[in-house]
Structure formats: C-alpha cells, structure tokens
Design a protein around this ligand. Structure first.
Ligand SMILES: Cc1cc2nc3c(=O)[nH]c(=O)nc-3n(C[C@H](O)[C@H](O)[C@H](O)COP(=O)(O)OP(=O)(O)OC[C@H]3O[C@@H](n4cnc5c(N)ncnc54)[C@H](O)[C@@H]3O)c2cc1C
Length: 341
C-alpha cells in the first residue's frame, strides 16, 4: 500500500466518522461522534459517515439524523468478521482518493485496532482515547484533548503536520445530539475489497473473542463494579447476582482484570471504558485516579469498602463502611424481601 505524502491542507476537506455497529444496532459512540463532527464543521466541512457493509442499512437514517450528509459504504467479503488488515487497507485507499481533513472513530475495541493501523499506512498522526475535540479558530486545526501522565493532567494535541488528523474518542464523553430536520443522506457505495491474500486468523479469532467479552456500558443506568476487594472470580459471581436482581451491569477495576478474574472488556478507567451511569456502585475498590477518570461523571456514586479512608469514599455520594461479603448478601436479601412484599 503506497503511503500518502500529499500534504497540502487545501486539498483535505471533510470530517469522516467511522460508523460502528454492535450487533444489529449502531454503537452509540458513532452518534456521539457525528454530533460533535457537526459542531466542529460549523458548516465548513462536509460531515460523512464511513460504514463497512456490516453496518445494517436500516441504521442509515439514524446516521443522517445525527449529522451524516453522506454515507460511504465499503463492501466487506465476510460481514461481521472484523479483519483489521483488510479494513485498514480499504480505509487507506479511500483516504488517498477523497482526502478527508479529519477522521474520527470510537475508542472501542474496533476503533482502537483499526485506526492505529490506518494511521501507520497513511503516515499521519493519531491521538488515542480523546475526551475533548475542538477546532482552533485561527488555523482550523483539530485540537485533541486527552488525559496524560496517569490522568494527572489533560494534554491538548494538534497533529495537522500530516493529514488527515485522526483521533479515537472515548464512548460516553460526548453528547449525542439529533438534528430536528435531517436531510436524506447521499449514499455512495465504494468498490468491494479484494479478497484477503493471507491473514493472521489467530488475530481475527482473538478480536472476536475480545469483542464477545466487551461490555457495552453506554446504555447502562446502573453499574456494579468490583475491585481487588472482591477477592476472586467468586466475588464477581456475587456481583452478577446483584446485577441480575437489579438490571445492572458488572464492571471491574484493572486490578481485577489483571488478576484474570474478569475479561478486559469489563475494565473501567483510564485504560478501559469511560462510563456515565445514573448509579455507580463501587465494591471493594480503592478509587485510584486511573479508575476514577473512567467513572467520576456517574450520576450518583455509592461505595462499599471496609476502609473508611479509601479515596473512593471521598468521591462517593453514599458510603457504606463494611465487608463486601456481608453488605452485598444483605442487599440481595433486602431486594428479595421487598420483591415479595
Ligand atoms: C497507566 C495506568 C493505567 C491504569 N488504568 C487503570 C484503569 O483503566 N482502571 C483501573 O481500575 N485501574 C487502572 N490502573 C490501576 C490503578 O492505579 C489501581 O491500581 C487500580 O485501580 C486498583 O484497583 P482496586 O481498587 O481494585 O484495588 P486496590 O487499590 O487494591 O483496592 C482494593 C480496595 O478494596 C478494599 N477491600 C478489600 N477487601 C475488602 C472487603 N472484603 N470488603 C470491602 N472492601 C474491601 C480495600 O480497602 C481497598 O480499598 C492503571 C494504572 C496505571 C499505572
């Protein structure tokens, strides 16, 4: 794949958002990014969604409702099979042909694997895991903000020396804002991809396994998260029981993921997911900064910890000082009793 060195900014126009689907539905981060792309464009740049053909056509009107004026569809040989080499090459080809100024994707498992590969092929920069995006008025450059140095400061990065400007953005940090009067989008179908010559199928299997384990926290109203204090996989079974009884989803700290108790898809924090549920119940979690950056915007935070001085207790709206193996069974009992009355 030839690298693209044409870098005269005048030739680069448009904001592209990579559309991602989770099952038969669009991933909510796509709608968040389209809404932000509309704001960034301020009518100067066309806003386009780039959709591999496994994004269901029934979701195209939703792309338009959140701001896609054009939908570029790239046919894939095996829909649903995420083969990143193949997709990165297709995106690179499209970038070389149409020269978008900005390409945005969700900091999801797919976005995090596809965009770095594409940026390397195109030979441009990429800011991963952004939490803020603005346009610098004087230059028109994309200002990309993300936590740095363990979340202790926010860095604003510009990468317009080599086009396009690419960023992945954390799900849940930008607002999805529908248009009142969307216009029907132009739908442009690109040429199909050539069949893969060779492939690391091990990589494909790993990606599929990762995405199976991935938790889509974006619509969760209640997250019950466990940390090292849950003691092991059995502790997480207890949290799953509580989640079943309340309709919540179970999340985890990196300590629990690194211990192999739960899969990475459940990790919340700087190197995991960013979540914003109405209620976040933190069980046996100390509340280190790297965890807090992923959950501190939750509506109400409840912490259960046997250490009254744990940092999470300061952040929490409601604190319960006690052992999780006493408090959670009590909570389950209470819910069951209430359910019967
Ligand atoms: C670059 C970098 C990125 C990172 N990214 C992330 C990230 O994305 N997400 C993340 O979570 N961490 C991340 N970390 C790790 C982070 O610094 C902490 O180590 C981690 O969050 C601690 O997890 P924890 O709270 O489960 O464990 P601990 O800090 O060990 O806390 C366990 C808590 O459980 C309590 N406890 C123990 N037993 C019980 C019991 N029976 N009942 C009640 N309470 C009990 C203890 O009092 C303690 O407060 C990152 C670190 C680095 C350096």
């Amino acid at each position: 794949m030839p690298r693209i060195h044409e870098n005269d900014k005048l030739f680069w126009r448009g904001i592209w958002v990579l559309a991602e689907s989770a099952g038969n539905r669009l991933h909510p981060v796509t709608l968040e990014l389209l809404s932000r792309a509309r704001r960034l464009s301020a009518g100067l740049h066309p806003v386009e969604a780039v959709a591999f053909s496994d994004v269901p056509e029934s979701e195209y009107p939703l792309l338009a409702r959140f701001g896609a004026e054009t939908i570029r569809v790239i046919p894939v040989a095996a829909p649903g099979l995420f083969r990143e080499e193949e997709r990165a090459e297709a995106l690179t080809r499209l970038i070389g042909k149409y020269r978008p100024a900005i390409l945005l994707a969700g900091a999801t498992i797919q976005g995090r694997s596809l965009l770095p590969r594409t940026a390397a092929l195109v030979d441009c920069g990429l800011t991963a895991d952004c939490t803020g995006l603005e346009i610098e008025p004087a230059s028109g450059a994309l200002l990309q903000t993300r936590p740095a140095f363990g979340g202790n400061l926010m860095a604003t990065i510009r990468s317009d020396s080599f086009m396009p400007q690419m960023a992945t953005v954390r799900p849940g940090v930008m607002k999805a804002d529908p248009l009142e009067n969307p216009v029907p989008p132009r739908i442009l179908r690109e040429a199909p991809l050539p069949p893969p010559e060779s492939g690391s199928w091990k990589e494909v299997v790993e990606l599929l396994r990762d995405s199976r384990d991935a938790h889509d926290f974006s619509s969760a109203e209640l997250i019950i998260a466990g940390g090292r204090g849950m003691g092991g996989p059995a502790g997480f079974d207890l949290l799953r029981k509580l989640a079943d009884a309340t309709g919540g989803m179970v999340g985890a700290t990196r300590a629990a993921v690194d211990a192999g108790w739960v899969p990475y898809g459940m990790q919340i924090g700087q190197t995991g997911r960013t979540v914003q549920p109405k209620i976040y119940l933190a069980c046996g979690i100390s509340g280190q900064i790297q965890h807090r950056v992923g959950m501190q915007s939750s509506g109400r935070i409840i912490a259960v910890n046997r250490d009254p001085d744990a940092p999470i207790m300061e952040l929490a709206d409601v604190t319960v000082v006690g052992d999780v193996f006493t408090v959670i069974p009590q909570l389950l009992n209470l819910l069951q009793t209430r359910g019967r009355t």
